[in-house]
Write a protein that binds this ligand. Structure first.
Ligand code: ATP
Ligand code: MG
Length: 141
């Protein structure tokens, strides 16, 4: 399997609690390389666009409020089978259901404030990477 890229976001709960370094270390230990990263504060428009697939869901307004509540850290990550491996390493959406040792089991507060986002398909990984890193220098070839 070839190397591929996927997008993670250390969400405002984890970033604000000073857990970004531990989460990045966890991901590096799981075989991911950091291709690019930034610290950003999403606008309401950006958060609504990023999670547009959920706009009809009852939790959408609360999710947008959470994602705009403070800085977060998008990270472009690379390894073999990156999309599926990152989803496996972060665990289930609800930390109460996440496997032991996953990022969400270790660092998430709740189903909403769940520490990290990960792209759910190679197609979305491409779209979401461009959302934050279009035009960014990528020093890893
Ligand atoms: P993400 O897209 O952030 O990686 P996910 O793919 O595991 O998470 P989604 O179903 O795409 O889960 O939901 C997006 C985000 O919306 C969740 O990560 C969580 O922050 C929030 N969310 C999802 N379901 C609920 C819910 N029932 N109640 C509150 N918040 C929720
Ligand atoms: Mg999702």
């Amino acid at each position: 399997m070839n190397q591929s890229d996927t997008l993670a976001i250390v969400k405002p709960d984890a970033f604000g609690a000073g857990k970004a370094g531990k989460i990045l270390a966890h991901l590096e230990s799981a075989g991911f390389r950091v291709v690019a990263t930034r610290v950003v504060r999403l606008s309401r428009t950006q958060a609504e666009a990023f999670y547009a697939v959920h706009r009809e869901r009852p939790f959408f307004g609360s999710l947008v409020a959470f994602m705009t509540s403070g800085p977060c850290m998008p990270v472009l990550l690379r390894r073999e089978d990156a999309v599926a491996e990152l989803r496996r390493v972060i665990g289930a959406t609800d930390p109460a259901e996440a496997d032991e040792g996953t990022v969400r089991a270790l660092y998430a507060e709740s189903k909403e404030r769940n520490a990290i986002h990960a792209s759910d398909s190679p197609e979305n990984a491409g779209i979401e990477s461009a959302f934050f890193f279009a035009g960014t220098d990528r020093l890893l070839a």
